[in-house]
Write a protein that binds this ligand. Sequence first.
Ligand code: NDP
Length: 299
Amino acid sequence: MGAEIISGTEMAREIRGEVAERVTAMRSADGKTPGLATVLVGSDPASSTYVRMKNRAAAEVGIRSRQVDLPESISHEELLGWVEGLNADPEVDGILVQLPLPDQIREDEILEAVHPAKDVDGFHPVNVGRLVSGSTDVLAPCTPRGIIELLMRSGHDPAGRHVVMVGRSNIVGKPMASLLLRRGRGGDATVTIAHSRTANLAEITRLGDILIVAVGRPGVVTADMVRPGAVVIDVGVNRVDDADSEKGYRLVGDVDFEGVRGVASAITPVPGGVGPMTIAMLLSNTVDAAQTGRGGDGE
Ligand code: NDP
């Protein structure tokens, strides 16, 4: 029998419904509408699409969204000025600066300029520090938060399980490990992090009751690397050539889906797994930021 397919698309719809209810409740309680500002520098097609999707999703749940389009040639100081303006704007509860930024911009400084209380991406060092310290009163990065919801809502509570995380990026791998290590809901896991320098990767991945893969290479995890009955979460989004597709390519994850679904007990598809959850959690973070002025994903 093949693995259970965990649908992020369905779960994200459920979460967006819950966020919409929170927005309505907030508006009737104190007349406040949460606001999200997205900052797009330049016109990279992928970044433009992501930002458009985020704004559309925000509007659908009743969040007031504002897209700030800035030229590719903007100076570092000018961009800082924009971020500071949004920090001071009372109608903006959440600020998202779409990455990557052009070479003349010092990305770290821009992310640090976003006020921690408005940092709905969870990338500000204050929020990173709070998360690592185990705080639940924190704006945590959207993709790992989405994965925790995927696990919890599909009945795969990581508490007490061994989770192997492949990938150590600041966006996925490291915050994922911090969330899993926290005490309480969605946490209390035993965590191993693997990366490109890990020796005997397959031996490590086979230890995982839950295996999360965020590498950015198609087929990096094959069936022989997965413990029978494991839950597999595929974060990767990769374009591979496909002459049969209208676009000439299709999207695949990092996991050899067809092979691994014969070994795992549950697996997320790509597309339709982690991706939709990331956007749903951005909306949730925006309402958290509007409600508490500081964020908080705890119960
Ligand atoms: P990064 O490139 O920042 O990190 C990749 C990680 O994978 C690094 O830690 C790297 O190790 C590790 N790695 C690379 N090759 C191997 C290998 N052969 N074996 C083991 N580990 C390896 O990527 P991100 O974390 O930003 O993204 C990962 C993937 O997830 C991408 O496909 C991205 O598109 C996707 N993604 C999807 C999102 C969604 O919402 N669906 C959101 C964010 C990302 P080292 O540190 O040693 O270099």
